[in-house]
Design a protein around this ligand. Structure first.
Ligand code: AMP
Ligand code: MN
Ligand code: MN
Ligand code: MN
Length: 284
C-alpha cells in the first residue's frame, strides 16, 4: 500500500489539554476507528505522552509523540504541531511550561470580561469544572460551560458569539514566538508542522511571509487534511505545500465525541499530489 494512504491521525487532544477523553481512551478510540499511525498533540503539554504511548503499544498501533504549541505571530495566534519529539527534552519541557504559565491569569481576565460585557457571571469556576489539568485552562473549557448554562447550544456557536477576537470574553495573549516553538521542536528531535493554516485570518502577503519564515526556521510541513479545513481547503493547501516545498500532515484535531467535526481516524485520504510528513519515518 502507498504510504500516502496510511490512516495516519497526527493531531488530537486529551484531558491533559482541552480534550474530554484520557490518553488511553483516545488510543482505544483511534485503534477502533482504524488508525494506523497515531500522535497525541495536546496544547502546550506533553504529560499525556507516556500514557498514550503505553496504550498505543498494547494495541499494536504505531505512535509518535506530539505537541501543539501556541504561538503569537504578527499579533495573532498560530498553532505549531511538533511530531516525533523527545517529550523529555529539557528545553522543550521548560519552554512549554513558560508558554502555559499565563493561562490562569488570562482565564480570570476572560471571566471578568464575560461578566462585565455580557453579564455572564461565575465562568471561571464553571470552566474549571471541565478542566482536567489545572495548568491548562483553555477557551474550550469556558465554551463547554457556556453550553451547559444555555448561553449557546454548541461549542461552535459559542465561538461565533463569545471568546473569539472582538467578542465578549476574548483576552489578547502573548504565547511563544514562532522561532521558539520551531527551535524547541527541532531541538527535541521533532518535525515542525503549521496546524490548520486555513483557520488563520491573514492576508495573502502575511501568509507568504509566515510560510517563508517557517521554512527558513526549519519547519517542514503544513496540515492539509484536518478536521479544521473544508474539503476545498484540502486541495488549496496541498497546492500551497507543493509551491513552498512543504510535506503535508493529516489529523482530525479531535477533542470530544460531542462536538467533533471529524472523529479520530475518520478523515478522507490525502490528495494524490501530496508528500506525507511520515514518508520516511520508520514505524515502530
Ligand atoms: P486557547 O488555547 O485557550 O486559546 O483555546 C483554543 C482552543 O479553543 C482551540 O484549540 C480549540 O479547541 C478551541 N476553539 C477555538 N476556536 C474554535 C472554534 N471556532 N470552534 C470550536 N473550537 C474552537
Ligand atoms: Mn483545542
Ligand atoms: Mn489548533
Ligand atoms: Mn488542536
Amino acid at each position: 500500500m502507498s504510504v500516502l494512504l496510511l490512516n495516519a491521525d497526527l493531531h488530537c487532544h486529551s484531558t491533559v489539554s482541552d480534550g474530554v477523553l484520557s490518553p488511553a481512551t483516545l488510543a482505544q478510540r483511534a485503534a477502533d476507528n482504524g488508525v494506523e499511525l497515531w500522535a497525541l498533540t495536546d496544547h502546550d503539554e506533553v504529560s499525556g505522552i507516556a500514557g498514550a504511548r503505553a496504550a498505543a503499544q498494547s494495541l499494536g498501533m504505531p505512535f509518535v509523540a506530539g505537541v501543539e504549541i501556541s504561538v503569537t505571530w504578527a499579533g495573532k495566534t498560530v498553532h505549531i504541531v511538533g511530531l516525533g519529539i523527545d517529550e523529555q527534552n529539557s528545553a522543550l519541557v521548560q519552554g512549554l511550561a513558560k508558554t502555559r504559565s499565563g493561562r490562569e491569569r488570562r482565564a480570570h481576565d476572560m471571566a471578568d470580561d464575560l461578566a462585565r460585557t455580557a453579564g455572564i457571571h461565575g465562568t471561571f469556576e464553571g470552566a474549571l469544572r471541565y478542566v482536567g489539568n489545572p495548568d491548562l485552562i483553555s477557551r474550550s473549557h469556558f465554551a463547554r460551560y457556556l453550553v451547559e448554562i444555555g448561553a449557546c447550544s454548541s461549542v461552535a456557536e459559542v465561538f461565533r458569539h463569545y471568546l473569539a477576537d472582538g467578542k465578549p470574553g476574548f483576552v489578547p495573549h502573548r504565547w511563544a514566538t514562532l522561532t521558539e516553538a520551531v527551535d524547541w521542536i527541532r531541538g527535541a528531535g521533532g518535525q515542525a508542522v503549521i496546524a490548520h493554516p486555513g483557520r488563520y485570518e491573514f492576508s495573502p502577503l502575511a501568509f507568504d511571509s509566515l510560510f517563508h519564515e517557517f521554512r527558513t526556521l526549519g519547519g517542514v510541513a503544513i496540515e492539509t487534511v484536518t478536521g479544521s479545513h473544508t474539503p476545498d481547503q484540502y486541495d488549496e493547501y496541498t497546492r500551497i505545500a507543493n509551491r513552498y516545498g512543504f510535506l503535508v500532515s493529516r489529523g482530525s484535531d479531535f477533542h470530544s465525541p460531542e462536538d467533533a467535526e471529524v472523529d479520530i481516524g475518520r478523515l478522507p485520504a490525502l490528495p494524490a499530489a501530496s508528500r506525507a510528513v511520515w514518508e520516511n519515518w520508520s514505524l515502530a
